[in-house]
Design a protein around this ligand. Sequence first.
Ligand code: ATP
Ligand code: MG
Length: 396
Amino acid sequence: MNDDKRTILVRYDEIGLKGRNRKYFEKALLKNIKRALPSDSAIEYRIPRGRILIDLSSEIAEKYGDCLQNIPGIASYSIGVSIDPDFDQMAELGIQWIEPLLIGKDQLNFCVRTRRSEKTFPKTSTEINFEVGSRIMSKLGPKGLNVDIKNSDFTLEIEIGENEILIFHNREPGLCGLPVGSSGNILCMLSGGIDSPVAAYLMACRGCRVHFVFFDNQPFLGRGGYEKVKKLAKIINGYQGRAKLFVVPFQDIQMSIRDHCKEENRIVLYRRMMYRIADKIAKDQEMPGLVTGESLGQVASQTLENLAAVTCVTTMNILRPLIGMNKESIIKLARKIGTYDVSVEPQPDCCSVFMPANPSTRGKIHLLEYDEKKIPLEQLEEEALKNMETMKVDFL
Ligand code: ATP
Ligand code: MG
């Protein structure tokens, strides 16, 4: 056993199930892990079957492990010690870990769990559990240690691999899902509210690299929204990296709709314009999907009829991961991923200053199209795209 060295054992989530594509997903995950961990020439990466192993020094193991908690595609990880095939040594290490936990306690339940991917090892998993467990019990049983497989407070785990044996006692949960990049690039309409960052995060966990578009009406509102969206994009980008943020000036479009179109149609008309422009950006950037934070029935613009009235302006995949979620669970997730506090910073939102008193909940498409004839739609769209600002979120 080398006390200065640790091996982090990374378990994947669904990648293990992907059959012949597994290599592709593993590669994507490994790339993301290397990107997220500080670069260090003393770290080594290995991919034995079904696992990623990271060899590094004991001082940095914990800190580097923490970084793995924010990478989609990882089910869990453990910080392990590489050990000789010697039951006395394994038990000794177990005793070292368990003994301090018994101080001031009458009883502690424990068990040993072995997983053997190398079947040529001369003992079965059950035999190994017994060999190591009984050695530990003979030393710590009199001090209150108890074997309990179902209700263990401490699980000593042993993994018998092809070339080495790892021993550990911690399993830290990961985000699960698929590695970012494995499902391609998509464009999220990010508004500065609570919902859209959560929608972006969920799609990142489905293997998408999520880029962002924000429709900005800054001359009326100051640039509060702009700063907020940059902060939100940065937080979500922390889970994936390499995102782009497109900021589209929206004030002329909103004014034109406000001045020429029917008041009750305004919101759906703003949103049809957002969808049209997002569609153009996504196509130009070869991103085959749009993501929004819409949730059925949440507000007037999110009835089935109004969702249909915005969807029909594009041929894109429209991804709405929050569609069936209630606000409470969305907020819970926003807190967990770290976007909630930024989202609730005060900011008059893009649509609310132009809100009609009675927004229509059943936008009839032919009436919307009729209304749109009153504005120079293509020209407005072109102008907005021409003045769009593009930034790399990694450098914000
Ligand atoms: P959020 O949904 O982010 O909390 P919200 O509920 O105020 O904000 P809505 O007006 O309900 O937003 O819009 C629904 C969805 O439309 C948002 O989740 C977002 O995807 C998109 N959206 C709305 N306004 C903008 C904007 N100014 N820029 C980009 N996307 C927007
Ligand atoms: Mg919303």
